[in-house]
Design a protein around this ligand. Structure first.
Ligand code: 9MR
Length: 468
């Protein structure tokens, strides 16, 4: 694609302020050590760890807000961005709930994965009753209005959701298909692309985690959209059943990556027959670890979103009576075994030190200046770029400072996992609370976005790293 989205993670000082203007409630939480939060661990490996959030809980439950802000670096509205919530009647848009969630994400330095424009559920009857031509117009207006409103604030969108049926990979027989024919999918993507060229556009579905007839159909649709430059990623919802993580999941995701696409686990939950005993919870933890590891180890997997915070927040028991306990937190906000296994899969917030031969003793790391740091351009666009940076400790460190000078007019506009004097021609920044302590040989990361002269190349200055 021509444009790449700008990462909007704005954590500059390592302090998460759990507040939104809409909520009018402020609560500062010192960001815990990287080892102790999913967010810290995910940041270190450059992945999203997301959660689907409920507007009501975000409004009314301070503990919920606090955990959403400290444990996750990405949000999806579980319901607040769907058509019935944003345009309940023709042309009457209601953004109170969606705005509050996007504000919250912004206040807490989180990305937003938008869900969803075109779905056969939670779309009001007035849309379903329209003729093909009128339905097309309503779809275009809806996507334009919602995408424009959140342009620059929502990083990626599930443009269409669940367009393939469960029977043999046939297209879903939805009111969209009946009124508009299969072209409704292309129309949706063309509209979304034009409305927000910087957002990543996804096709999202369930039961496509394995290599099967349904994922084959998604693959064919994806090929067509890729050839038109309209698709950036595939969302694998991953509403899974205990013990049934598909054996082909990794290879299946890889074949979409091989099309040049990003992949993302968009709605992860793993349900258990109730009541869940401790061995089932342990098995669930293993299943979670496997799914998150698949994403952690696949460079083009952007991240994992869990579909709700606590077990009691989940949609599962309502739809599958007798099944439940599918998420990472208990209803009292205590962590389940699956929480710890997700943390493990994300690398525990630490980069593994090089493995040493258990028989021979290893010599201490060679003496150096203490640390080295490098910058790399992740995604450039005409007037800016996102950078990833790595700081590597040559010996045990309790903190670090990096400095460099931009050769031209490049300037940092926002940064994460680093603090200091960041916005001038000479940048001087230090670790934040959770990424200063490093063992010899260990690495950590920070990142930032820059603005630059239109069309210029994003330069890669040499960085000097000094231990604290
Ligand atoms: O979790 C959502 C639940 O609160 C809603 O009642 C339901 C309505 O259909 O949608 C649930 O989320 C779904 C998501 O939007 C699309 N994939 C399946 C999810 C679970 O049903």
């Amino acid at each position: 694609m021509l444009f790449h989205r700008q990462r909007r993670r704005v954590l500059i000082a390592g302090v998460v302020t759990v507040a939104t203007a809409a909520l009018g409630i402020g609560l500062s939480t010192q960001f815990a050590g990287a080892q102790t939060t999913l967010r810290g661990a995910a940041d270190e490996i450059g992945k999203d760890i997301g959660v689907a959030v409920s507007y009501d809980q975000l409004m009314n439950n301070a503990q919920y807000r606090n955990i959403v802000a400290t444990e996750f670096n990405s949000l999806t509205a579980e319901n607040a961005m769907k058509w019935d919530a944003t345009e309940p009647s023709d042309g009457n848009y209601t953004f109170t709930q969606a705005d509050a969630i996007v504000d919250f994400a912004e206040d807490n330095g989180q990305t937003v994965h938008g869900h969803t424009f075109v779905w056969h559920q939670q779309t009001p009857q007035w849309v379903q009753n329209l003729s093909g031509t009128a339905m097309r117009a309503a779809m275009v207006d809806h996507i334009n209005t919602v995408a424009n409103r959140y342009e620059g604030r929502v990083d990626s969108w599930d443009v269409v959701n669940e367009v393939v049926s469960d029977s043999n990979g046939a297209m879903r027989d939805s009111f969209w298909l009946r009124a508009m024919g299969e072209g409704y999918i292309t129309t949706a993507f063309q509209t979304a692309r034009a409305a927000d060229p910087n957002a990543d556009l996804y096709i999202n579905d369930y039961s496509i985690e394995a290599d099967n007839a349904k994922s084959d159909r998604i693959y064919t649709i994806a090929q067509g959209l890729v050839s038109q430059g309209l698709l950036d990623g595939v969302g694998f919802q991953s509403h899974l059943i205990l013990g049934q993580v598909p054996s082909t999941m990794e290879a299946n995701l890889q074949r979409f990556v091989d099309l040049g696409l990003k992949v993302r686990i968009t709605e992860l939950d793993i349900r258990i027959g109730m009541p869940a005993d401790s061995s089932e919870l342990a098995r669930q933890a293993q299943d979670y670890e496997r799914v998150v590891s698949i994403c952690a180890e696949l460079a083009d997997c952007t991240g994992v979103t869990v579909w709700g915070l606590r077990d009691g927040d989940s949609w599962v028991p309502g739809v599958f009576p007798g099944e439940g306990a599918p998420l990472l937190f208990n209803d009292d906000f205590s962590k389940k075994p699956a929480y710890n296994s997700v943390l493990n899969a994300l690398g525990d917030g630490t980069t593994e030190p090089p493995t040493s031969d258990p028989v021979t003793t290893t010599s201490p790391p060679p003496p150096g200046d203490g640390c080295t740091a490098t910058l790399s351009v992740q995604s450039p666009w005409n007037t800016g770029a996102t950078y990833a940076a790595t700081v590597k400790a040559d010996r045990a460190l309790t903190g670090w400072t990096v400095t460099w000078t931009w050769p031209g007019s490049e300037r940092i506009s926002n940064a994460w996992s680093i603090q200091g004097n960041l916005t001038g021609a000479t940048v001087t920044g230090s670790n934040v609370g959770y990424n200063g302590t490093l063992a010899a040989g260990q690495s950590t990361t920070f990142g930032f976005n820059i603005t630059k002269a239109n069309g210029s190349t994003a330069s890669v200055p040499t960085v000097t790293c000094t231990p604290a």
